[in-house]
Design a binder for this molecule. Structure first.
Ligand code: ATP
Length: 295
């Protein structure tokens, strides 16, 4: 059997830190959204697990530290499965960008191998295994629009009135999540930077993009902007292109903008691509992983 799997990126409409968990991690409150930008993972029967990575520019390891191979190993350990899989990953999601690229690849591997190996695990069980690999993996398994609490694993699905159109790109070098949270710890949070999660949630449910734009926010953005000053210019450029909201996603360093209509978004993407060739137009997606059977 050969499966072709889309591993979709995510953006954060909002990201707030609302406390500290008993284990010392930050207690987050976020609105997370799958988008159509995706990596492609193909998997087929093989005696051992192997991975090759194809990408233009940038680098991710193809060894045992790649989240795809870590996911395969975690699934084998959880189930006692001894079969392998030949896996090929084509990367299109920017790396260390806050778009959940590695997490989505891990989610795609878990869901795909569950089918290839005929394991019959529920998504809930895959989410538990996924959480041992990364905090964003459970979201990537569920996908769509979710309110996420805890480290991002306590998920509540939410309605989205209509598909929304976005641009996103990474205007500078990547940022490590660890580095950004360490800097936040030093600098603290200005209450003015907090998003209005409830208003953003209402805006998404009613399709009010103006209210969404006003309610969006990311408490990590000021810290990341200081670490990568190019973010200022990129967010300003998105705002000037007609976006109703322009923000950084996750811990960065990708930024995105949301528009009232597909046509506005298309014109903005064409304009932004002149200064930022990596700029891509995308749409909100209803799930994080899409599996197609090839043979
Ligand atoms: P998140 O949004 O979940 O915080 P991110 O988008 O900031 O994640 P990733 O692109 O997932 O970050 O990559 C973070 C690190 O993980 C990179 O430094 C990379 O070397 C490593 N990595 C391991 N496997 C992968 C993978 N399949 N794709 C991307 N990066 C990977």
């Amino acid at each position: 059997m050969k499966l072709s799997i889309q591993a979709r990126a995510k953006i954060n409409w909002t990201l707030d830190v609302v406390g500290t968990l008993p284990n010392g991690y930050h207690d987050l409150d976020m609105l997370m959204q799958s988008v159509t930008l995706c990596d492609q993972l193909t998997i087929e029967d093989a005696p051992e697990c192997t991975l090759s990575v194809r990408m233009q520019g940038g680098y991710v390891p193809a060894d045992g530290s790649n989240l795809v191979l870590r996911a395969a190993r975690a699934l084998q350990e959880a189930t006692g499965e001894t079969r392998g899989a030949r896996m090929t990953l084509r990367k299109y999601i920017p790396v260390a960008a806050g778009m959940g690229g590695g997490s989505s690849d891990a989610a795609a591997a878990l869901k795909g191998l569950n089918v290839l190996w005929n394991l019959g695990l529920t998504d809930e069980r895959l989410e538990e295994i996924g959480l041992t690999i990364g905090a964003d993996v459970p979201f990537c398994i569920r996908g769509g629009l979710q309110r996420a609490r805890g480290v991002g694993e306590r998920l509540t699905p939410l309605p989205l009135k209509r598909p929304l159109y976005l641009v996103a790109f990474q205007p500078c070098r990547g940022l490590s999540t660890k580095e950004v949270f360490a800097a936040l710890h030093e600098e603290g949070i200005d209450p003015a930077d907090r998003p209005d999660n409830d208003a953003a949630q209402r805006a998404l449910a009613s399709g009010d993009v103006r209210l969404l734009g006003r309610s969006m926010g990311n408490v990590l953005e000021p810290v990341s902007r200081r670490l990568r000053p190019q973010l200022d210019e990129a967010i300003r450029a998105i705002g000037e292109s007609g976006a109703l909201g322009a923000r950084m996603t996750g811990s960065g360093s990708a930024v995105f903008g949301v528009y009232a209509h597909a046509g506005d978004c298309k014109r903005a993407a064409q304009q932004l691509m002149q200064a930022y060739p990596a700029c891509r137009m995308m749409r909100t997606a209803e799930c994080g992983v899409v599996i197609t059977r090839e043979a």
